[in-house]
Design a protein around this ligand. Structure first.
Ligand code: PLP
Length: 399
């Protein structure tokens, strides 16, 4: 049978202590041992099924981790307090002083800032490249390179990484391919395409309620054990642990992820088609005009579509701001960062989520000031939304 991430999530069922249809929430930061020997063995990592301390793991966190591992088709997963709390320990677990990373230049601003400004303080250097050009990626690899880093669909430019091609390079040069799949859950399964480690910000589509931050690292049992190791595990020691109460609420929201992603994708594809036909500069992986449309199409789990993110370029920041403020006034959505909410969210990345990237680098990578990033919501009647957006665009002179 072929791999289906939504079926894999559905097939997991846990029961609560008293037969509840949802698993019980673990409400403890520490756990009792019947024998001191078992406690010692657990510290050594040799007591499967025993819980030690909530920063290490909890039943609720493990339930959520299992669902995410099932979704990504990896052996296991480790949840964390935020997306950055997943990504940064992965980098620090694999790399030490003197090591080198080759990263896509179009990635979330926070990850970019970590690689550009923070990790060099620890002796870890990063070369940023156009990830869609495999020859340029390979040319940037040095003898010290340990990680190839990219987003499956990049924030905010919606570039699509050739994960299969990158994984061939990673294997050839003995590197770990780390892929952030925040923009394309269910649609793309990076581990199935050859990624070694898959990270998510759960804050976005997976939780879908814009009520918490959260993150996950999906990978092999060996790698996740390394992250959780009490002696030198970056997740364990840096301490970005998810709270159990949150893990249980995110798990419940995950039960509707497949339905939500189909609706996000349907609505975004509808608007992208209309915007493009209206003559707006529109970027959406589902459009034939997207440079990596065929690549996405050949790598995707078709039924979940091309995702809920699209961009338009309205020329100037002033126009972008005017349009976004008007759309908010008309109750079409919110002028807000983040994504994956039931409402449409829009922001100008150059002055918000990618503001960590210096202006000249933004220009070089094609991030123009008039770019608006949309996370398209779950609107019931998307033609009605389109008509409302269009009248705002006409009012501010974008159409
Ligand atoms: N990765 C991507 C692609 C993101 O868009 C974000 C946040 O916007 C993150 C990671 C960081 O996630 P968090 O805000 O949950 O730490």
């Amino acid at each position: 049978m072929s791999f289906n991430p939504a079926d894999n999530i559905q097939d997991l069922q846990y029961y609560g202590e008293f037969g509840g249809v949802n698993p019980s929430i673990s409400d403890s930061s520490t756990f009792t041992f019947l024998s001191a020997k078992t406690m010692f063995d657990t510290f050594e990592g040799n007591a499967d099924g025993c819980y030690l301390y909530a920063r290490h793991s909890t039943p609720s966190n493990l339930y959520l981790g299992k669902a995410l591992a099932a979704m990504e088709g990896t052996e296991t997963a480790n949840v964390s307090a935020s997306g950055m709390g997943a990504i940064t320990p992965v980098i620090l677990q694999i790399c030490g002083a003197g090591d080198h990373i080759v990263s896509s230049r179009t990635i979330y601003g926070g990850t970019y800032a970590f690689l550009k400004n923070f990790s060099p303080r620890l002796g870890i250097k990063t070369t940023f490249v156009d990830i869609t050009k495999l020859d340029i990626v390979e040319a940037a690899i040095t003898k010290n390179t340990k990680v190839l880093y990219c987003e499956a669909v990049s924030n905010p430019l919606l570039e699509v990484a050739d994960i299969k091609g990158l994984s061939v390079l990673a294997k050839k040069h003995n590197l770990k391919l780390v892929v952030d799949n925040t923009f394309s859950p269910l649609s793309i399964s990076p581990a199935k395409l050859g990624a070694d480690v898959v990270c998510h910000s759960l804050t976005k589509f997976i939780n879908g309620s814009s009520d918490t931050v959260g993150g996950v690292v999906c990978g092999t049992q060996e790698f996740i054990n390394d992250l959780r190791n009490v002696n030198d595990g970056a997740s364990m020691l840096l301490g970005s642990t998810m709270d159990s109460l949150r893990a249980s609420s995110i798990l419940k929201n995950m039960r509707t992820l497949h339905i939500r992603m189909k609706q996000h994708s349907f609505n975004a594809a509808y608007l992208a088609d209309k915007f493009q036909a209206d003559g707006l500069i529109t970027v959406y992986p589902g459009l034939d005009s997207h440079p990596s449309h065929n690549l996405f199409k050949s790598s995707m789990n078709t039924e979940f579509g091309f995702g809920g993110m699209l961009t338009i370029d309205v020329g100037t920041l002033e126009k972008a701001n005017e349009l976004m403020e008007l759309m908010q006034q008309k109750n079409i959505g919110n002028l807000a960062v983040s994504l994956g909410f039931y409402r449409t969210l829009f922001s100008a990345p150059g002055t918000s989520t990618s503001s960590e990237i210096p202006a000249d680098e933004q220009k070089e990578m094609g991030l123009s000031k008039g770019l608006i990033r949309f996370s398209i919501g779950l609107d019931n009647d998307i033609e009605r939304t389109y008509q409302m957006m269009k009248s705002c665009m006409i009012e501010v002179g974008v159409l």
